[in-house]
Design a protein around this ligand. Structure first.
Ligand SMILES: Nc1ncnc2c1ncn2[C@@H]1O[C@H](COP(=O)(O)OP(=O)(O)OP(=O)(O)O)[C@@H](O)[C@H]1O
Ligand SMILES: [Mg+2]
Length: 583
């Protein structure tokens, strides 16, 4: 899914909110401002030094300037250096703090966004907001502000010098201010528009790249390199195109401003040279005036350029706030629960992912009493995993309710509820850490003896013992260094360690050989005694012993009963069973 550029019409509001992140560090920033003042003052002092030099050398020769002017120049540049350092270091420090706290906040927010959000967003885009966009925010909140303050101060100082030497000419120079500021505003709007587009296209680039890198084996297997290149090329080209628009606007901004400035300079030269001829202005004053005027051009150029990064920062800030303003999962209801008995009931549950697709679950009702094992079977796509995802409240039913110990799941505190449910999902997700840490994940310390016990019960030790580092062997990114069946065993061990009263096994043993599966089944058998287990399996041989088998078809319960009852009935279950048996 492509990202729509964030609407940044209300740039002022976004900007104030961004500055809010810098506010706690105002003190540090003000030190920087002192440096900026110092830096700005030395520019004006330079014009003054030029005037003193010319006056002492040519107008009224004064031998003291032989020492005073060189020493003054060194002193001036020393102060300027200090000002430069302070005005970069302290705002830079504030900028990194802003980045860090914003990034932390965004990451924490990501973790708490509802499952539904992730079904609609592209993770590549979310990553790009967390990495690239936030970097740009620092530009807006500190670097640009530094330039803005420092160069504005410099220009004010220099204009002050202009007035000091010749107020009429200075007033003439000020006439240029309105056209220049109008131009800056115009460029600004363009910058903002293009920045939002660039960032959206950057999100696309990251998204396509991430997808391709994740799927590199599939791409190889299908010789789909060229196809992926074409997809990437489209995103890459969009990014280049948006960037070129920005570069064009930025490249044009400078010469135009310089041209206006040059026109002003020509006018000033015209009048001032006449004043020099008519002795109204001394040559040293003229040179000082000219120096101040020329010194204005550098900060003016920086000032014009700063609006690019500033607008980029605002567009980036808007894209981050868009996520931060997305509501996170609520805390759930008021009911606290330490350990449930494990009575699960689905009462007339209906669920729809997207309206266009129609209902995925429709009037599903069945009961699992504490300690019972209920198996869910049905064709692929019949809604089994969806049903399982309702238990930890990844989704909530649209109609009806799921109950635990007689209470609607929504009545429980969400965190409490999730400790009651241990889910081994169809897609095993492992972290790039050791087997031990993957099992202990979020539950206990990795060196806890229970980790080893769980590893043994799930037959993880069986293959881990063969590995050079045993349980401390790293599993690679997403567990890629383990086989499919080994990954499943790690995730079963993790679920066993959690020791929750409700255990959901969604195709948990599908990747295991019959021998290992049978042994894990035996291990699970022992654990099932005091917990409610929901087993989803295509391999029907594994669920024959279930207390109850619920057969789903197209989101509806079509049959319920024990293995023997359902076989005798000769319905869908019997049909599926016959097909497997024949195979
Ligand atoms: N995140 C989602 N967004 C939209 N539709 C979805 C989503 N997840 C699943 N579906 C759809 O819901 C239906 C049921 O999917 P579900 O994963 O529950 O089936 P399943 O019974 O577990 O199938 P399998 O046996 O293949 O695992 C399918 O038609 C699927 O296309
Ligand atoms: Mg499934």
């Amino acid at each position: 899914m492509s990202v729509r550029p964030v609407d940044v019409e209300d740039a002022g509001k976004v900007y104030r909110r961004l500055l809010g992140y810098a506010r706690p560090h105002l003190g540090m920033f003000m030190i920087g401002v002192v440096g900026m003042l110092l830096f700005a003052a030395t520019d004006s002092a330079l014009a003054f030094l030029v005037q003193k030099f010319l006056a002492g050398a040519f107008v009224e020769p004064d031998p003291r300037i032989i020492w005073a002017i060189p020493l003054g120049a060194v002193g001036l540049f020393l102060l300027r250096g200090i000002g430069d350092y302070v005005s970069n270091y302290f705002p830079g420090w504030v900028g990194r703090q802003v980045i860090k706290s914003m990034r932390g906040e965004l990451f924490a927010h990501y973790l708490r966004l509802p499952v539904r959000y992730y079904e609609q967003a592209a993770t590549g885009d979310l990553l790009s907001r967390l990495t690239l966009n936030i970097e740009r925010v620092a530009e807006a909140t500190t670097n640009s502000v530094t330039v803005l303050i420092r160069d504005t101060l410099t220009i004010i100082g220099l204009i002050g010098m202009l007035f000091w030497y010749n107020w009429q000419l200075a007033a003439f120079v000020l006439l240029l201010a309105p056209p220049i500021s109008f131009l800056i505003q115009f460029i600004n709007r363009a910058f903002r528009r293009y920045s939002a587009r660039i960032q959206a296209s950057m999100g696309d680039v990251t998204r396509v790249a991430k997808e391709a890198l994740d799927a590199q084996r599939v791409i190889k297997a299908f010789n789909a390199e060229q196809h992926e290149e074409a997809v990437f090329e489209a995103a890459n080209e969009r990014n280049r195109h948006s960037n070129m628009r920005l570069i064009a606007a930025r490249a044009l901004a400078n010469p135009v401003v310089q041209l206006i400035a040059a026109l002003g300079l020509a006018g000033v030269l015209f009048f001032s040279i006449r004043q020099v001829f008519t002795q109204e202005m001394r040559v040293d004053e003229f040179m000082a005036f000219l120096t101040a005027l020329l010194l204005i051009t550098a900060p003016l150029r920086r000032l014009v350029q700063v609006f690019g990064p500033l607008q980029e920062g605002i567009a980036a800030g808007a894209s981050v706030f868009q996520v931060l303003d997305t509501p996170v999962e609520d805390e759930g209801g008021p009911l606290c629960i330490a350990r449930a008995r494990g009575a699960v009931e689905f009462r007339d549950v209906g669920f729809t992912y997207q309206a266009v697709q129609g209902a995925v679950l429709n009037g599903v009702s069945f009961v699992a009493d504490p300690g019972q094992t209920v198996a869910l079977v049905g064709r692929s796509g019949s809604g089994k995993s969806t049903l399982a995802s309702l238990l930890p409240r990844f989704h909530d039913p649209d109609t009806g309710a799921v109950l635990l110990d007689g209470h609607d799941l929504r009545e429980y505190r969400r965190a409490d509820l999730r400790t009651q449910v241990s889910l081994v999902s169809q897609e095993v997700v492992l972290f790039d850490e050791s087997i031990r840490r993957n099992i202990a994940f979020g539950l206990c310390e990795p060196d806890d003896p229970r980790v080893e016990a769980a590893a043994r019960a799930a037959f993880v030790t069986e293959f881990a013992d063969e590995l050079p580092q045993g349980l401390d062997t790293p599993v690679g990114e997403r567990g890629s260094l383990l086989s499919g069946g080994q990954r499943q065993r790690v995730s079963i061990a993790r679920a066993l360690l959690k020791d929750a009263p409700v255990l959901v096994l969604d195709e948990a043993t599908s990747a295991l050989d019959t021998e290992s599966e049978r042994r894990i089944q035996a291990a699970l058998e022992a654990l099932r005694r005091n917990r409610t287990t929901l087993v989803i399996a295509h391999r029907l041989s594994t669920i024959e012993a279930a207390d109850r088998i619920v057969v789903l078809d197209q989101g509806r319960v079509v049959e319920v009963g024990t293995h023997a009852e359902l076989l005798a009935r000769g319905g869908l279950y019997a049909q599926l069973h016959r097909l497997q048996f024949a195979a």
